[in-house]
Design a protein around this ligand. Structure first.
Ligand SMILES: Cc1cc2nc3c(=O)[nH]c(=O)nc-3n(C[C@H](O)[C@H](O)[C@H](O)COP(=O)(O)OP(=O)(O)OC[C@H]3O[C@@H](n4cnc5c(N)ncnc54)[C@H](O)[C@@H]3O)c2cc1C
Length: 389
């Protein structure tokens, strides 16, 4: 199907010939399930035995999917993309944070990033993963309404304070902030905290955005519920399909409980579309971030915006894709004047390896995604060759 996303010249306008060749090579490897499995195991083994593989990872997969090692390191990519009207959201790698000292360190980092991006229109949101501010086991206990002992109660208070500190800083600096969604086992505690933050900081406009995973069949009810029960706040919703499908299904199987995930991809897509409809019905009090690489979902939102005469650059509606993927969507949206950003992960190469392995695994498991990326890259390489003749 030919759509506004088929234009590869604009899609890859910031990529050099070398970067395109590298992307071609990477997606060729990612396409192969066997190579991804072997590659991931070898990388983990090499890291365990301190074999110096990070320089190779840095110039290949890291540079394709990540912005750099530090905030300043990312500036060159940020500026190149912003030249094409594509914004960035800096996502500091948080895989390494596991204890109270590290949660505090992570909090400091998140606060400093908010300072770094304040008043920079090219970086419209901050973002954080909730379990980088507290222990996963504690989020699980709170989510399942288990009784906390005295120490845990203190520990949970510290988590609430960290949430509050990040959101308050975002509010004070007028920076919109995205709260990532995680596994179902920790999500209820995250949702409750996110709602508290929205009640506190989203009185006049959406500052805090919670993420809603539409691969969960219970999420439409959840959205309807909070919309009906809180009529005096502006909601920020980041709609995604959800990243932990296989893990959730495996847990449900093991515990012999009903899976929280929609029965098939089509049901997830229907659920996603219904959530989009719900958002558009309530646009006077909902702001939307559509975090998706799905062209059909994005085209649906463009149609609705057109139908309802909403300006392309209305701050209520943003689109987001991951850096290194679906450039055809991001750059063609940007060139047409829509609000769009790339999630730009950054941090030490070693810390980002789990993220990079996830990207490879997700691209291998999500049917069609890699084939689509490869075809677009091939088309653009062909187009450039012809242009040079
Ligand atoms: C900007 C951005 C932010 C994100 N933030 C988060 C986040 O905070 N939390 C999070 O969990 N994810 C997040 N994601 C990842 C997201 O949830 C998806 O995993 C990813 O974007 C792929 O979905 P899609 O809509 O892009 O594309 P598509 O390729 O159309 O959809 C693939 C998705 O459909 C669902 N799916 C696939 N097969 C089936 C099946 N058989 N049955 C039911 N459902 C199925 C899965 O969710 C799968 O990931 C984010 C993605 C982006 C782009």
């Amino acid at each position: 199907m030919n759509t506004i996303f088929s234009n590869t010249k604009d899609a890859f306008s910031i990529k050099t010939d070398f970067e395109l060749l590298r992307a071609h090579f990477l997606f060729k490897i990612i396409e192969n399930n066997f190579l991804v499995k072997i590659g991931s195991s070898l990388i983990n083994l090499a890291l365990k035995f301190y074999i110096p593989i990070t320089p190779i990872i840095k110039i290949t997969v890291f540079n394709h999917f990540c912005g750099g090692i530090s905030e300043n390191d990312c500036n060159s990519v940020i500026n190149k993309m912003y030249n094409k009207n594509v914004c960035s959201v800096l996502d500091f790698s948080t895989e390494a944070f596991k204890n109270e000292t590290e949660f505090d360190k992570c909090l400091k980092k998140k606060l400093s990033i908010i300072d770094f991006i304040t008043n920079r229109t090219e970086i419209p949101f901050a973002v954080f993963k909730p379990t980088c501010l507290g222990r996963e086991g504690l989020f699980e206990k709170v989510s399942s309404n288990q009784k906390l002992d005295l120490n845990e109660e203190q520990e949970w208070k510290r988590v609430i304070n960290r949430f509050n500190e990040v959101c308050n800083k975002a509010f004070q600096n007028n920076v919109k902030i995205l709260i990532d969604a995680e596994e179902v086992s920790v999500q209820k505690a995250i949702d409750d905290l996110a709602l508290k933050m929205m009640i506190k900081f989203n009185r006049e406009k959406a500052i805090v955005y919670n993420t809603i995973q539409m691969y969960r069949w219970d999420r439409l009810d959840y959205m309807n519920n909070i919309l009906n029960n809180h009529v005096d706040i502006i909601f920020g919703f980041k709609l995604v399909r959800g990243a932990y499908m296989e893990k959730e299904r495996e847990i449900a199987n093991r515990l012999k409980i009903e899976s929280p995930i929609c029965i098939d991809k089509e049901s997830t897509d229907i659920n996603f579309n219904l959530a989009v409809d719900l958002v558009f019905k309530n646009l006077d009090r909902v702001s939307l971030v559509c975090g998706s690489h799905n062209e059909t979902s994005i085209l649906k939102i463009l149609d609705l915006m057109n139908e309802k005469n909403i300006d392309k650059n209305d701050d209520k509606i943003w689109f987001g894709q991951l850096y290194g993927m679906s450039d055809n969507i991001s750059f063609n949206l940007g060139i047409k004047g829509y609000n769009v950003f790339k999630i730009l992960p950054f941090g030490p190469v070693r810390n980002l390896i789990p993220y990079l392995i996830r990207r490879a695994e997700e691209n291998t498991s999500v049917k069609g995604q890699t084939g689509r990326e490869l075809q677009l890259i091939l088309n653009e390489r062909k187009r450039r060759k012809l242009e040079k003749i």
